[in-house]
Design a protein around this ligand. Structure first.
Ligand code: ATP
Length: 331
């Protein structure tokens, strides 16, 4: 497995700068999740590392080696796309075995059989091994795509929203499987998602991209608790962080223009009066949708709360985050 280093990487498409001076070290054996809104440059980052695009400027190193000019095969990376990419005329077994049959690898036949079986079992597609790829559901095809990356032993795995087409149950199972695979094999994994539960549960590090720039790189906890900007703060947390004028509650620092209050940073029962707009019972938690001086606020409360729509509840902020006029955190 290997470390990946991007050093001042720039990539434009026509006049559009997709990556703007990105430097990042993906440590050996880490699980790095890239977060960012659509168009932030996440997929471009993966494609540059894979060798499917060339950088305009800057360096990319995999395992210490400069990879400029190397083909995707020479880089020995396995990429899983959001959209499954299988050979339709081959069976599931043949699709899974395909990467191992590369003349470069010279994998013994018995090893191919055992690897294919092990991966099929893990992804729960053993019963479909003899089906043609076209005779599978979307979720099954995506599992085969993931399987094709897992049978190999690449230097790094690059995955672009690999679970987004799966149903919720399978997604949560595979989240755990992928995390286990990474933890047990010591694989280096770079993973793009819009799903913050995936980001929080799987990542050892999160990279936040915004308009082609890497604005923060740190542990999930770091990014959640100490976001560098309002933008980074909004990438994590469900319900989302409440963004309010800084002056709404007392004690804001001078430079602060807005305050960010995560749902758990609102203490109930003390402070200012707020109106309960809606009580949303989700089973394991109950969300309160409040209206405070004309501003909507979402917080979480006791699942069995007696509060109901139209009630008044007192709230006060605990450890709010403050941001300046440029959206950078100032306290
Ligand atoms: N082949 C291309 N030709 C032209 N523009 C491109 C190409 N690939 C990417 N771009 C542009 O580069 C920018 C970054 O795109 P990229 O796909 O990396 O974003 P992303 O963060 O992965 O977004 P999404 O979450 O929608 O996948 C976007 O403005 C996109 O339109």
């Amino acid at each position: 497995m290997a470390e990946v280093i991007l050093n001042s990487v720039i990539k434009s498409f026509g006049t559009k700068r997709a990556l703007d001076d990105v430097s990042m070290t993906v440590p050996d054996g880490s699980f790095v999740v890239l977060l960012g809104p659509t168009g932030a440059g996440k997929t471009t980052t993966l494609r540059l590392i894979a060798g499917l695009e060339a950088a305009d400027q800057g360096e990319i190193r995999i395992g210490g080696k400069l990879v400029d000019g190397m083909t995707p095969a020479e880089r020995n990376v396995a990429m899983v796309f959001q959209q499954y990419s299988l050979y339709p005329h081959l069976t599931v077994r043949e699709n899974l075995a395909f990467p191992l049959k590369s003349p470069l690898l010279r994998t013994p036949a018995a090893e191919i059989v055992s690897k294919v079986n092990a991966v099929a079992e893990m992804l729960r597609i053993s019963h479909k091994l003899d089906n043609k790829a076209t005779a599978l559901s979307g979720g099954e095809m995506q599992r085969v795509s993931i399987g094709r990356a897992l049978v190999r032993n690449p230097q790094i795995y690059l995955m672009d929203e690999p679970l987004s087409s799966l149903d919720a149950k399978l997604r949560s199972d595979l989240r755990i499987e992928l995390k286990n695979i990474q933890a047990n094999s010591g694989a280096t994994l770079l993973y793009v998602t819009h799903d913050q539960i995936e980001a929080m549960t799987m990542a050892t590090h999160i990279g936040v991209l915004h308009e082609g720039r890497l604005v923060q790189f740190g542990s999930p906890r770091d990014v959640y608790e100490r976001p560098v900007s309002l933008h980074a703060a909004q990438r994590l947390g469900q319900p989302r962080i409440n963004v309010l004028p800084a002056s709404l509650f007392p004690a804001a620092p001078r430079s602060a223009v807005s305050m960010g209050l995560r749902p758990e940073h609102i203490r109930q029962g003390a402070g200012e009066e707020s109106f309960v707009n809606r009580v949303e019972r989700l089973g394991d938690q109950t969300r309160l949708h409040l209206l405070f001086r004309g501003h909507p606020i979402v917080t979480v409360t006791d699942p069995h709360t007696a509060l109901s729509e139209g009630d008044i509840v007192r709230i006060e902020p605990v450890d709010p985050l403050y941001f300046d006029a440029d959206g950078m955190r100032c306290a």
